[in-house]
Design a protein around this ligand. Structure first.
Ligand code: SF4
Length: 357
């Protein structure tokens, strides 16, 4: 087994960068790693026994979920690997830190219907599922109550239950909303059938013109970008945009390149948003490399987010001044269209707040 190969519990060999057409995205979800101890074992890392209670506590709050496709891009034996750091439960998550709360961006007060938030003029954020293709330890929704946004379909019949109806009804009553952002959770963890029914319902609201899909699936399980998906998005009467989430150039392997290529070739504009994370990408060379990779792949670097101050994620925070220095370095090195906008999301603000640029 080479350093780029992972042996699964089912005895299957996964290679980083391979085009894993033989493993469906649903199988990839089912075989994902669900324990940080298993994750460490796979990478040949030891766990000191005194840290186990702290890790267990962190995982009880927010379980581990790491697809093998993402694991295969990590460096075995390196506890500081920038992909591993994003997904490995740590005892630091249990620390209470002043200013870090369960709802740092005001999602609760922005709820206008079950599964629907509105923060900004003309746009509404639909949350049809709480399921993700990976669990990022810094996630600002790690404490979010998804009970009224959980996948609202009957697993027995795959039919939409009325839980989505209040969301669609509210859109219908809000003529100022012309753009719907599908978020979550990750909307691309919905099956193509469910997604099709959801899009059909949104398309039935005449004043909605654009659809934005926010997803980390094209990065962590790139085989999710199927022909069925690109065809459905392209054929929608809504103008569809895709916003992926990738923080480090090591996340982009051949399978990811091909997946975003399928989206762009289908005529779907693709943007990337990243979160500035200590120990992951708080480095000018890393960010420069990330932005260069994306523009080479016809993906525009969109936002670099200051960490949302969610409880459990304080150890990921990078000081604002350091973030400003990093953006200044990117401006010196890259063409303007390749430099993301460095922003903070502030509860109750009318838009994301640029951090000094
Ligand atoms: S994929 Fe997005 S919503 Fe899901 S855990 Fe990661 S950051 Fe949070």
């Amino acid at each position: 087994m080479t350093s780029a190969e992972i042996l699964t519990t089912e005895g299957e060999l996964v290679r980083a960068g391979s085009e894993p057409e033989s493993v469906s995205w649903q199988q990839a979800m089912r075989r994902a790693i669900r324990s940080s101890l298993h994750l460490r074992e796979q990478l040949g890392l030891s766990t000191s026994t005194e840290s186990i209670p702290g890790i267990s506590l962190a995982e009880a709050d927010f379980p581990t979920f790491v697809p093998l496709e993402f694991l295969a891009r990590m460096r075995p034996g390196d506890p500081c690997d920038p992909l591993l750091v994003q997904v490995l439960a740590a005892p630091e998550e249990n620390r209470e830190v002043a200013g870090f709360t369960s709802d740092p961006v005001g999602d609760g007060p922005a709820r206008i219907a079950a599964g629907l938030l509105q923060k900004y003029h003309g746009r509404a954020l639909a949350m049809p599922t709480g399921v993700c293709g990976v669990h990022c330890r810094y996630c600002f929704r790690r404490q979010f109550d998804y009970s009224d946004t959980a996948d609202s379909t009957d697993p027995a019949t795959d039919n939409m239950r009325p839980a989505w109806e209040p969301m669609i009804e509210r859109l219908r009553e809000s003529p100022e909303i012309d753009e719907v952002i599908l978020s979550g959770g990750d909307p691309l963890t919905l099956s193509d059938g469910k997604l099709d029914r959801l899009l059909t319902a949104i398309e039935s609201v005449p004043h909605v013109r654009r659809l934005r899909v926010h997803s980390r699936m094209p990065i962590v399980i790139p085989q999710r970008v199927t022909t069925e998906l690109t065809t459905r998005l392209r054929s929608s009467r809504l103008t569809a945009w895709m916003v992926v989430h990738c923080n480090h150039p090591q996340e982009i392997d051949t399978a990811v390149e091909l997946a975003v290529g399928r989206l762009v070739d289908a005529g779907i504009p693709v943007l990337n948003q990243a979160v500035l994370l200590a120990g992951v990408n708080d480095d000018a060379e890393v960010l420069e490399s990330l932005c260069r990779r994306w523009v080479d792949l016809r993906v525009q670097p969109y936002y670099l987010h200051q960490l949302d101050r969610v409880a459990g994620a304080a150890h990921f925070e990078v000081p604002l001044q350091r973030g400003r220095e990093l953006i200044a370095a990117l401006r010196d090195r890259l063409p303007g269209y390749a430099v993301p906008t460095y922003v903070t999301e502030v509860a109750d603000a009318a838009a994301k707040v640029p951090n000094g640029f």
